[in-house]
Design a protein around this ligand. Structure first.
Ligand code: PGA
Length: 252
């Protein structure tokens, strides 16, 4: 049985004060049967870490560079994030792939460096509308999964996949339950081939892309949907906690 994992991706939003308030409101309301995380902007991570210390809320980051230290102006390394109490880091988010043009080789190196530093990559995969319309969805997802290397990543508890159809992110348009389940099942199948069945059965696969309180229960009820990566709805404690509670009601 995979414990559901709801993570909030705050992107480039909030202030120091509102970050602390939001993190505190979430930290005090986490149910016992769900894993919950937040990924604030880098500059607020330390303040948020102090605000939630001693709680079950997992701290995440939205990016990390692929080297532990060195002359990489402006970048932040996985060991630095670990030092602040970060547990998970997003890799391959579509905004980094498509707006910042991060190539697959860099996404791959980042995911492996994050894992090697002892952190959990949440590796994001997802097709654009053009790719879906030209029936390339599964091929795109497979190649993005292949950015991960089974020889380096060996602990299924330290890997999370997020299926985020690009056309559903921040658009208000959500994949149907069937579209999500079809791709999540394909992801598990591909991981079985890359690693093995036991490994694939343990990795959590989140859905992301306009998940909100109104559609969370039906998406999270799909057999291969093990949680959510939430953008817009993660910026208010009411909507984020409503999704967390929907996951809790579906969990033993
Ligand atoms: P959204 O973002 O919930 O606002 O669609 C999800 C994400 O980008 O992780």
């Amino acid at each position: 049985m995979r414990t559901k994992f709801i993570a909030g991706n705050w992107k480039m939003n909030l202030t120091k004060t509102s970050s602390i308030e939001l993190a505190r409101a979430i930290a005090k309301a986490i149910p016992n049967n769900v894993d919950v995380g937040i990924a604030p902007p880098f500059v607020y991570i330390d303040a948020v870490a102090s605000a939630i210390s001693g709680s079950k809320l997992l701290l995440g980051a939205q990016d990390a560079y692929c080297e532990p230290s060195g002359a990489f102006t402006g970048d932040i390394s996985p060991p630095m994030l670990k030092d602040l109490g970060v547990k998970f880091v997003l890799t391959g988010h579509s905004e980094r792939r498509h707006i910042l043009h991060e190539p697959p080789e860099l996404v791959s190196r980042k995911a492996l460096a994050i894992y090697t530093a002892g952190l959990t990559p949440i590796h994001c995969v997802g097709e654009t509308l053009e790719e879906r319309d030209s029936h390339q969805t599964l091929e795109v997802i497979r190649s993005q999964l292949e950015e991960l290397k089974p020889t380096t990543i060996t602990d299924p508890n330290r890997l999370v996949i997020a299926y985020e159809p690009v056309w559903a992110i921040g658009t208000g348009r959500t994949a149907t339950d069937q579209q999500a389940q079809e791709v999540h099942h394909f992801i598990r199948d591909t991981m079985t081939k890359m690693w093995n069945r036991d490994f694939a059965d343990r990795v959590r696969i989140q859905y992301g892309g306009s998940m909100k309180p109104e559609n969370a229960t039906s998406l999270l009820s799909q057999p291969d949907v093990d949680g959510g990566l939430i953008g817009g709805a993660a910026l208010k404690s009411e909507s984020f906690l409503a999704i967390v509670n929907a996951a809790a009601r579906l969990s033993p």
